[in-house]
Design a protein around this ligand. Structure first.
Ligand SMILES: *Cc1c(COP(=O)(O)O)cnc(C)c1O
Length: 380
């Protein structure tokens, strides 16, 4: 089954009992048993619900994975993976990862003796650190949040496997429509389904996809033991959103390319980055590894900080908000918003400067979005 068909049909078969074309939401915390321990497959929603299985089946198919476990948020999925580690374990991570992933390691798991070191995984010279540090896990995103660095998943997976370890890729920015980390050799593909997969900014969710039976069992255990489960209703919403992933992603990518070309020609931008702009430092790799550039664009404005803030605050169609991947355009200032939890010196060392702006380009008409930016620039 091709992607567009699978997104609509896999895991979403009509309800067996009633024929309802849209499967019902099982809003129940618990399930009646025939005899003690004799269930119909479900006992308590923290450890399973038909809606989790339906969404998981669709996501596993789209990620080309054998297994998918769904969680209450992207961070719950991150948390699930980290709970499998032990005191004394070490992680090697790409230096530009999502701010809250950085924070959960720094503020929570460091206390339990899990260490992490950050390297620039866009530079193959640094693969040697994986060999040298022999981590329990290598952790990366690609494209990274917010800098849109492209990490060579196939090469890093090989380096990890050669060192006897495994690779996790946070695939939130690309979505399974544009990239399948497992097919490129990664062991775990994790996503915040809050973003493109749901696509409508109305609930939170997360997923861990894998081909490893061992990792799958650990994720099912983490879901129930640590209480990281999603809500059945949110799974229903995400399943609904997922059906239109391909049509949305095509339009996100088309609009994002138009906006990045427009921004690139402005005198007031120092750098504009989009994976499929030929000026992107890893353009060739992006073309090889991704089937499209997704919908995030970043620009570094050569303007004083107060002007940058004014520019983004005065937009009418781009709402100033955290998050990304919804049908409506959003704009964000990472240094003061999503990545504020990273100390300023560390943030700037990896390139998250005060002039950096992240556009989550929606599926509106690109001409209207460009006009919105033009008007805000005129009013500076
Ligand atoms: C948003 C995000 C997360 C966390 O997801 P939530 O659903 O907000 O908990 C993790 N990784 C990346 C790359 C993200 O953008």
């Amino acid at each position: 089954m091709k992607f567009d068909t699978a997104a609509i049909h896999v895991g979403q078969e009509p309800d067996k009992e009633t024929g309802a074309v849209i499967p019902p939401v099982y809003l129940t915390s618990t399930f009646a048993q025939h005899e003690p321990g004799q269930t119909r497959g479900y006992d308590y929603t923290r450890s399973g619900n038909p809606g989790f299985d339906r969404l998981g089946a669709t996501l596993a198919h789209l990620e080309q994975a054998k297994y998918a476990t769904v969680f209450g948020s992207g961070m719950a999925a991150v948390n699930a993976v980290i709970t499998t580690l032990s005191s004394g374990d070490h992680i090697v991570a790409e230096e530009n990862i999502y701010g809250c992933t950085y924070r959960i390691y720094d503020k929570v798991f460091k206390k339990f003796g899990i260490t992490i070191s950050y390297v620039d995984l866009s530079d193959p010279a640094n693969y040697a650190e994986i060999t040298k540090q022999k981590p329990s896990l290598v952790w990366t995103e690609s494209p990274t949040n917010p800098l849109l660095k492209i990490i060579d998943i196939e090469a890093v997976a090989k380096a990890a496997h050669d060192a006897g370890t495994e690779l996790l890729v946070d695939n939130t920015f690309a979505s399974p429509y544009f990239q399948n980390p497992l097919a490129l050799g990664a062991d775990i593909s994790l996503s915040s389904t809050t973003k493109y997969i749901n696509g409508h900014s109305d609930c939170l969710g997360g997923v861990v996809c894998t081909n490893s039976e061992d990792w799958n069992e650990k994720m099912i255990f983490a879901q129930k033991a640590a209480g990281l489960n999603p809500s059945p209703f949110d799974c229903w919403l995400i399943s609904r959103g997922l059906k239109t992933l391909s049509v949305r992603m095509k339009q996100h990518a088309k609009n994002a390319l138009s906006i990045s070309e427009y921004l690139q020609d402005l005198d007031c931008t120092e750098t504009v980055r989009y994976p499929l702009l030929p000026s992107h430092p890893q353009y060739e790799l992006a073309k090889k590894q991704m089937r499209g550039g997704s919908g995030i664009v970043i620009a570094v404005f050569d303007l004083p900080i107060d002007q940058v803030i004014k520019l983004i605050s005065n937009l009418k169609l781009f709402s100033l908000a955290e998050s990304l991947g919804g049908i409506e355009s959003l704009i964000c200032h990472p240094a003061s918003m999503t990545h504020a939890s990273i100390p300023k010196a560390e943030r700037e060392a990896v390139g998250i400067t005060d002039g950096l702006v992240r556009f989550s380009v929606g599926i509106e008409d690109a001409d209207d979005l460009i006009e919105d930016i033009q008007n805000s620039l005129k009013n500076l």
